[in-house]
Design a protein around this ligand. Structure first.
Ligand SMILES: Nc1ncnc2c1ncn2[C@@H]1O[C@H](COP(=O)(O)OP(=O)(O)OP(=O)(O)O)[C@@H](O)[C@H]1O
Ligand SMILES: C[C@H](N)[C@H](N)CCCCCC(=O)O
Ligand SMILES: [Mg+2]
Length: 211
């Protein structure tokens, strides 16, 4: 059973948190957003609290909560703090853990370290979230190359958005990375509509490696 999974994406704002909430709920696991930049409105952890349907205590506290909705390296500077890679050590807890990055892979945490460097240290299996809209072929294939260059294990692709069959097929064929499923745009977006969509769209066995 794959117990700890990193959720990353081709960009910010593409649905990593919503997908993470759905996955954490399906796995009856825990969720961790180590670095949160932007505190106005709901944080990612609060979204997951609202959508995942998990028991209390399953959404772990962030290590860094940064005020400005900017790249973490800059948001940290504006808050007068420095993000230290050593403080991003993996929590040890029973059960599955869904870990969400911040933005895309090459996002800096400080002036020396990018998020992908942390993922390379962790060597945990990764799910790459990607839009289906125009532009995603380039973004997704570039992200896959970056993961492969660092031997970061990639479980597969979680597409988010309306079906664009040839785009999804093209990405899978060029990369050889499997499509785990596609989460459509949900309206309304609720815990129930999310759980139903995740159950319909994703094969947990493909994700956890357990039939
Ligand atoms: N499947 C979906 N159905 C409806 N709305 C969605 C879906 N996925 C994402 N959204 C909406 O799109 C916006 C961005 O989604 P989300 O916060 O999950 O992005 P993100 O990739 O986690 O961003 P960040 O890089 O800031 O963590 C949010 O308003 C969210 O509610
Ligand atoms: C603020 C946003 N919601 C995310 N938390 C951080 C996104 C960082 C993106 C950096 C970049 O790629 O330019
Ligand atoms: Mg998010």
């Amino acid at each position: 059973m794959t117990k700890r999974i990193v959720i990353t994406g081709t960009d910010t704002g593409i649905g990593k948190t919503v997908f993470s909430a759905g996955l954490a709920g399906l796995l009856d696991g825990s969720y961790w957003k180590p670095v949160q930049s932007g505190l106005d409105g709901e944080t990612d952890s609060e979204v997951v609290e609202r959508l995942a349907g998990l028991p209390p205590g399953r959404v772990l506290p962030e290590v860094y909560r940064l005020k400005s909705p900017l790249s973490p390296h800059r948001s940290a500077e504006l808050d007068g703090v420095a993000i230290e890679a050593a403080k991003l050590s993996l929590p040890a807890l029973p059960g599955p853990l869904v870990i969400e990055g911040a933005g895309g892979l090459m996002v800096p945490l400080n002036r020396q370290t990018k998020l992908i460097d942390i993922f390379a240290q962790w060597q945990l299996p990764v799910i790459l979230c990607a839009r289906t809209a125009l532009g995603t072929i380039n973004h997704t294939l570039l992200s896959i190359e970056a993961l492969r260059a660092r031997s970061i294990p990639l479980i597969g692709l979680a597409f988010i958005g309306d079906e664009v069959a040839d785009t999804q097929r093209t990405i899978v064929e060029f990369s050889g990375v499997p499509q785990l499923g596609r989460l459509p745009h949900l309206d309304p977006l609720t815990g129930k509509t999310l759980r139903d969509a995740m159950t319909t769209s994703f094969d947990l066995g493909l994700i956890t490696g357990v039939e």
